[in-house]
Design a protein around this ligand. Structure first.
Ligand code: SAH
Length: 265
């Protein structure tokens, strides 16, 4: 087999061995000559080889496995910019390349998909696009419209911040070893000016999380700590969180925000 690194389950290593999908992922990035690209978990370079030769110092990979780091250096040269660490323990300042904004790509380890997504979300003002291969179920939750079971914190948080697209699905057979789940590639294009913007993004996050705290309960129940006894909001509090559009969430958050600081202009 052509695998230079024996896959370790504990590191979520499922190496892509299908150029058709590798190219599709790379094409989805729509790389431009001056772009800076951050790759999470380059592994043995299945994606890297399509863009590194063009990018060189405008590339950084973050890879936890020393065997993969050695493999990448032997394939692409000692100069390849690889941060040898756990992405979740890295400070974004280490990988936010000096460009104004970066693109982020990865066939990410599935055991930490959502923490990775939230970490990128935290620094979204420095990220223009995120293209990642993740479990199909998580991808579907991210792009889900209001009203269904799949719509939740991930959907609201990411759809507020970015245009979210599920681009295509990838079957287990495209990887070695094949994962037990189906995969999908999503693209988030972060808004410069979000169509619906909360006055306080952190408060928005807190309200959304709390609103979904007990999915089957109404907003009135879940959001008591924010609303107190008031009920005169533009959104009916007898509804459940999963029925609210992103716009309604933002509006409700801003109304709650005004309650917190009634003296604010
Ligand atoms: N992009 C490659 C590898 C995908 S497998 C391909 O498509 O073939 C996931 C990769 O993420 C592996 O290389 C694994 O070593 C790496 N990885 C796992 N946990 C990580 C972490 N916490 N931080 C950085 N990289 C990690």
């Amino acid at each position: 087999m052509k695998y230079s690194v024996a896959p370790k389950k504990s590191l979520g290593q499922h190496f892509l061995h299908n150029d058709h999908y590798a190219r599709k992922i790379v094409d989805s990035l729509d790389l431009q000559p001056a772009d800076f690209l951050v790759e999470i978990g380059p592994g043995t370079g299945a994606l890297t080889r399509f863009f590194y030769p063009e990018l060189k110092e405008r590339y950084i990979g973050i890879e936890i496995d020393d065997r993969a780091v050695a493999d990448l250096k032997s394939k692409f040269g000692e100069d390849i910019n690889i941060l040898h660490k756990d992405f979740m323990k890295s400070d974004p300042a280490e990988w936010l390349l000096p460009g104004e904004k970066v693109k982020v790509v990865g066939n990410v380890p599935y055991y930490i998909t959502t923490p990775i997504l939230f970490r990128v979300h935290e620094v979204r003002n420095r990220v223009s696009h995120l293209v990642v291969m993740i479990q199909k179920e998580v991808a579907q939750r991210i792009v889900a419209p209001p009203g269904g079971k799949e719509y939740g914190i991930l959907s609201v948080q990411f759809q507020q911040a970015a245009k979210c697209e599920l681009l295509f699905k990838v079957p287990p057979g495209a990887f070695f070893p094949p994962p037990t789940v189906d995969s999908a590639v999503i693209r988030m294009t972060f808004y410069e000016n979000a169509p619906f913007a909360p006055a306080d993004p952190e408060f928005f996050q807190a309200v959304v999380r709390q609103a979904f705290h007990a999915r089957r309960k109404t907003l009135k129940n879940n959001l008591k700590s924010f609303t107190g006894s008031r009920e005169d909001f533009s959104v009916d509090l007898s509804r459940r969180a999963e029925t609210l559009s992103v716009e309604e969430f933002v509006r409700l958050t801003n109304e709650l925000d005004a309650l917190r600081f009634p003296q604010k202009p």
